[in-house]
Design a protein around this ligand. Structure first.
Ligand SMILES: Cc1cc2nc3c(=O)[nH]c(=O)nc-3n(C[C@H](O)[C@H](O)[C@H](O)COP(=O)(O)O)c2cc1C
Length: 285
């Protein structure tokens, strides 16, 4: 294992929470360099898209750039922005790679906050230099969190119920959506599923559902859309699915479990309302 990759995704998943209030200082040059170096080698996204990642400054060479967040983010000087081509499963791939970058920043002690709704996309597009066919699904501040949260920060966290996660019984199933999967029945995958459970999601809606197949050879991922939830121009719940895949894959890799993503004809019936199949993790594949 090279030095640059010797960080623990499991630790970062447990540490990460969203920060919306920063200390106003630029990143120390060595920390910035380590992060930039890591960002040059992102992992392969599950559906094969390439995500372009870049750090952008709120002001450069005395020239302030507006990077508006509707007053949600305070004191941040640096943002990480990502762009991707509009293709099938672009959102999932983006979620996967951008969450990896967020966890890597977390491992360096930096604060972050996924911004998929409260960002002025046009300003971030100008700062990044958007290329033809690309769009910006999300951005995040990167910096040191201030000791005290702003009132806006505290209210946003409270409003989204950010401290809470759905219980296992609502997220993970055995064979069908009728049978909840217990931690003991998931064996070596208990930690992996717990890491998915802790993942961030847009408005903390946690739209991921996982069904372990009857032969216990695969985990099938489903998107269960939140009724009436949506944002114009970007499918935030598909980004959430990519985040879940990221937590799943980084966890199995760190635990030394073999397997890979596939898409199959799954026989999971009946499906709950607003629920659709995305992909499966197949053991040993
Ligand atoms: C795809 C995505 C988009 C998000 N967009 C915003 C946003 O626009 N503004 C914001 O304040 N928080 C945003 N969040 C942060 C979530 O509200 C937060 O992750 C969730 O409430 C869980 O809290 P935690 O990150 O502290 O664990 C977003 C999260 C995700 C995953």
């Amino acid at each position: 294992m090279t030095h640059s990759s010797s960080w623990s995704a499991l630790e970062a998943v447990k540490q990460r929470i969203s920060h919306r209030t920063y200390d106003g200082l630029p990143l120390p040059p060595d920390v910035r360099e380590t992060l930039e170096k890591a960002l040059r080698e992102p992992p392969l996204a599950p559906f094969g898209s390439r995500v372009r990642l870049a750090l952008v400054e709120k002001s450069s060479a005395g020239q302030p750039v507006r990077l508006g967040t509707y007053g949600i983010i305070r004191g941040a000087t640096t943002f990480l922005v990502g762009a991707i081509q509009r293709v099938e499963h672009a959102e999932e791939d983006f979620g996967f790679v951008f969450e990896w970058a967020i966890l890597r920043a977390t491992s360096l002690g930096l604060g972050t906050c996924w911004l998929g709704g409260t960002l002025r996309r046009g300003e971030f597009a100008t700062a990044l230099g958007l290329r033809p066919g690309e769009f910006i699904p999300a951005a995040t501040p990167v910096g040191y969190a201030a000791g005290r949260r702003s009132i806006m920060d505290a209210m946003t966290r409270w409003g989204a119920g950010s401290k809470h996660r759905k219980p296992w019984s609502e997220l993970f199933f055995a064979g069908s959506f009728q049978a909840p999967l217990s931690e003991t029945d998931s064996g070596a995958y208990a930690t992996v599923l717990e890491m998915v459970r802790l993942a961030p999601s847009a408005s903390n809606r946690q739209p991921w559902r996982i069904v372990m197949d009857r032969e216990r050879r695969a985990f099938h991922l489903f998107l269960q859309r939140t009724a009436g939830y949506g944002y114009p121009g970007v499918d935030l719940q598909r980004i959430d699915m990519g985040i879940a895949m990221c937590h799943f894959e980084l966890s199995v890799r760190e635990l030394g479990i073999e397997g890979g993503w596939t898409q199959k004809d799954v026989d999971v019936k009946p499906l709950p309302a607003r629920t659709s199949y995305l992909a499966s993790w197949t053991m040993g594949a």
